[in-house]
Write a protein that binds this ligand. Structure first.
Ligand code: BGC
Length: 369
């Protein structure tokens, strides 16, 4: 009896060690890199903030992560996704360089059984997007427009419009949010558009179709690039008469382009005062705001956005429920989405928002004490 028991016991021990050896072999694969992240560029401070936020949040959640950068190339983006797929990721978090081109990479991930989270920018034209984490981009455009409206007095104020890259779905949403606010003020004569014949042609429309937005964006795009923004602003100023200048109002889509556009307007002797918008709360722009060279920015806390993406990735890995606050249509699918709020920042509330919120320290800036 006891010999049989001893034999059975050793058999169980052998079986257990075989199972645990197999388990050991599988363990590294399971814990290797469950989440892969692909971001568009390191050449804008905005995305460097996201990288840091992802690294901190993933560490706190106890997950390994690999972050690859597309450096403004859809081809590199696709190679990055393929490289992460070979490493066995379960979830891909991707901010597309080009909304339509990224569909192919999302489809590849989907075919490999990998869940796809569109991050900040929506991938268009594919059903392979499982989730979208974004800021309230309509609110970004609306906040920029409202700022200009609040500063304008009387009628006939010169308005210069600029937009982001036509390949970025967000550029359309920012512009749409701004247009909805600005259009009634253009219609009542408060503002007069000075740098877009397309926008002038459509100024009677309270709402624009995507095609109409495309026509305007095609004329006033910065392509999200500082140099493109600067060259366009200078060309607009060269074409404008002295009467189109004086105190001017500028819708600039983000901080990087706002600084370039602001520099161009500041250099024009016929521009006596300008108001210029922005977004991202980049450090250089916060300093510009303190120095009176940029009027406002819209703070989008990347710590919140990256946390939302990571929570979603973990839920997708574990098969638990995702938190959603609505859907975004990408042309092929209503993508479940989580939308984060944004905050308007100008010189008056930098301390109460960016400093109190821990995004920056007082000592990051000069002239704020
Ligand atoms: C982002 C902005 C950013 C811009 C340029 C947009 O999609 O939402 O925060 O400034 O891209 O990179």
């Amino acid at each position: 009896m006891s010999r049989t028991f001893a034999r059975m016991f050793s058999l169980i021990v052998i079986l257990v060690s075989i199972v645990s050896m197999v388990g050991c072999q599988q363990a590294p694969a399971a814990s290797a890199i469950p989440v892969g992240i692909v971001l568009p560029t390191k050449s804008e401070p905005r995305w460097i903030q996201d990288i840091a936020s992802f690294e901190n949040n993933m560490k706190a959640a106890g997950y390994n992560v690999e972050i690859l950068i597309s450096e403004l190339s859809s081809a590199t983006e696709k190679t990055n996704v393929e490289s992460l797929l070979t490493k066995g990721i379960k979830v891909l978090i991707i901010c597309p360089q080009d909304a339509d081109a990224a569909a192919a990479a999302a489809d590849e991930a989907n075919k490999a059984g990998v869940k796809v989270i569109s991050y900040d920018r929506l991938i268009r034209g594919t059903t392979s997007v499982d989730y979208y984490v974004t800021f309230d981009s309509m609110a970004v455009g609306a906040a920029q427009a409202q700022y200009l409206i609040d500063k304008a007095t009387g009628k006939g104020n010169p308005l210069y419009l600029y937009a982001g890259a036509a390949s970025d779905n967000n550029a359309f949403i920012f512009f749409e949010g701004a247009w909805e606010k600005l259009q009634p003020k253009i219609a009542d004569g408060t503002f007069v558009i000075k740098n877009s014949s397309q926008a002038v042609g459509l100024q009677g429309n309270p709402k624009l179709t995507r095609d109409q937005e495309s026509q305007i964006i095609g004329q006033v795009t910065t392509d999200w690039k500082f140099d493109v923004a600067k060259i366009l602003a200078e060309a607009n100023l060269t074409a404008a008469s002295k009467a189109d200048k004086g105190t001017v109002f500028i819708l600039a889509p983000n901080d990087g382009t706002a600084r370039s556009i602001a520099d161009a307007f500041a250099a024009d002797k016929d521009v006596t005062k300008y108001y210029v918008t922005g977004q991202d709360a980049e450090k250089a722009s916060v300093q510009y705001i303190i120095d009176g060279k940029q009027s406002m920015t819209v703070w989008k806390d990347t710590r919140t956005l990256s946390k939302g993406a990571i929570d979603a990735a973990i839920a997708l890995i574990k098969g638990t429920a995702l938190t959603t606050s609505g859907t975004y249509n990408n042309g092929k699918k209503d993508v479940p989405a989580l939308q984060s709020p944004v905050v308007t920042v100008d010189k008056a509330n930098i301390k109460d928002t960016l400093i109190a919120g821990g995004a920056f320290k007082l000592t990051d800036f000069t002239g704020l004490q």
